[in-house]
Design a protein around this ligand. Structure first.
Ligand code: S3P
Length: 440
């Protein structure tokens, strides 16, 4: 079964007014997934505020409900999770549908690898094309038995297992999803699980485990824990998602006369590479009222429009802005000169091949882009109107809404329904700030 595919939904975005005002974008997707997963495994009741009401994270909540976890929804963005303990999950009656969510599927693969029951994970058309061996192979080294479809793609069939072993591993891809899958399996494994990464990735799993009282050592690019123990319930305040804020950061930067305040944005340094890249290009972005909420750095971002120059994006920044390249490509297309992206081959295996789709879309709006296997050279220019295929990729759809604000004519963006996976209410929010957007 492939669930979650939408009927096509097209948007028409047109040149708009300066972007002004303030807003709080929805909750962080990465933190919301993990809050459900770890809350479900805790001994007792966890409360979540600011939960992302998106399709991806709701699919994860539904997965745990299907495994016997009671999750109350007392209001928008609120969840009360009645944790069942590390060994309290029940076998789901049918395959678990992760929808569009790579994070949901890969983290669940690790968590389910240590359960005493069989399970199956399926996803939508996009997720069903994404590589899963990056998690199934290291999990197999821990003793997990997981079958994929041909080519290492979903569905995943996970066999019951009571005997995982910890591992010491240096991963070849810098991926928080892979690291987190191994840590979650490590909770169930005998002995120590130790992971070293080629470049540090987001550490939400490590921080949340520590906050829930699980002994874990971690530092950038490194994590180590022992199996066997228990998780204490917690209250989790989910910060606003930097990756959703990114579209408005770029929009307010490139549309002349804009000034925007984005409130309560999660500023974990493993997420904010886009700020460094944009600032190097000449953007005017300041962090106002930096603070810590629930162990995470958070702040308000004031963005004023500024003229940008092309740069060579430092390869070391790539993992810290891995979800922000569609937005960065749009910023680059408005900059003076060429912006060079390299070392970003991972973009080809995200919700879509983001290098190919961004290059194709920008070219159809009149921008010169040269693609390479691991990046692109984007030549600053000006946008014509035209028609774009988002490939059902939420971040590509939202990026072209931003581009359209500076286009000479309107831009038709095809296949936008998946924006609801990460940013429910994007269209209404965008319109309230002055962006022009209508739905076909
Ligand atoms: C995520 C990690 C990233 C990111 C994804 C969310 C996570 O993937 O692209 O949107 O929550 O761990 P990789 O770690 O595979 O790069």
């Amino acid at each position: 079964m492939n669930g979650g595919d939408h009927a096509s939904l097209d948007w028409i975005a047109s040149p708009g007014a300066p972007i002004r005002g303030e807003l709080r974008v929805p909750g962080d997707k990465s933190v919301s997934h993990r809050a459900i997963m770890l809350g479900a495994l805790a001994d007792g009741i966890s409360e979540v505020q600011g939960f992302l009401e998106g399709e991806d994270t709701r699919a994860t909540a539904a997965a745990f409900a299907a495994m016997g976890v009671r999750i109350e929804v007392p209001g928008d963005g609120k969840r009360i999770i009645h944790g069942v303990g590390l060994h309290g999950l029940k076998a789901p009656a049918r395959a678990i549908d992760c929808g569009n969510a790579g994070t949901g599927m890969r983290l669940l693969a690790g968590l389910l690898a240590g359960q005493a029951f069989d399970s199956e994970l399926v996803g939508d058309a996009s997720l069903s094309r994404r590589p899963m061996r990056r998690v199934t192979e290291p999990l197999a080294l821990m003793g997990a038995r997981i079958d994929t479809a041909d080519g290492g793609v979903p569905p995943l069939r996970i066999n019951a297992n009571n005997g995982l072993q910890g591992i010491e591993i240096s991963t070849s891809v810098a991926s928080a999803q892979v690291k987190s899958a191994l840590l979650l399996a490590g909770l169930y494994a005998s002995g120590t699980t130790e992971i070293r990464e080629p470049h540090p990735t987001r550490d939400y799993t490590e921080r949340m485990l520590a906050a829930m009282g699980w002994p874990i050592e971690f530092s950038p690019g490194f994590a180590r824990l022992q199996g066997g123990g228990q998780l204490n319930p917690v209250r989790i305040n989910v910060p606003a998602d930097f990756s959703s804020a990114a579209f408005f950061i770029v929009a307010a930067t490139v549309v002349p006369g804009s000034e925007l305040l984005l409130k309560g944005v999660g500023l974990n340094p493993r997420r904010t590479g886009l700020l460094d890249a944009l600032k190097a290009m000449g953007a005017d972005i300041t962090v106002v009222n930096p603070r810590e909420e629930g162990g995470e750095p958070v702040g308000d971002l004031r963005v004023r429009s500024a003229a940008l120059n092309g740069i060579e994006v430092p390869v070391a920044l790539v993992p810290d802005m891995i979800d922000e390249f569609p937005a960065l490509f749009v910023a680059a297309a408005t900059a003076e000169g060429v912006t060079r992206v390299r070392g970003a081959a991972e973009l080809r295996v995200k919700e879509s091949d983001r290098i190919a789709l961004m290059a194709e879309g920008l070219r159809s709006l009149g921008i010169r882009v040269e693609e390479t296997p691991d990046g692109a050279d984007i030549h600053g220019g000006s946008f014509q109107g035209g028609e774009i295929d988002s490939g059902g990729d939420h971040r590509i759809a939202m990026s072209f809404v931003v581009a359209a604000q500076l286009a000479k004519e309107s831009v038709q963006i095809r296949d936008c329904a998946n924006v609801a996976t990460s940013f429910p209410g994007f269209a209404a929010t965008a319109r309230s700030l002055g962006l022009k957007l209508s739905i076909e």
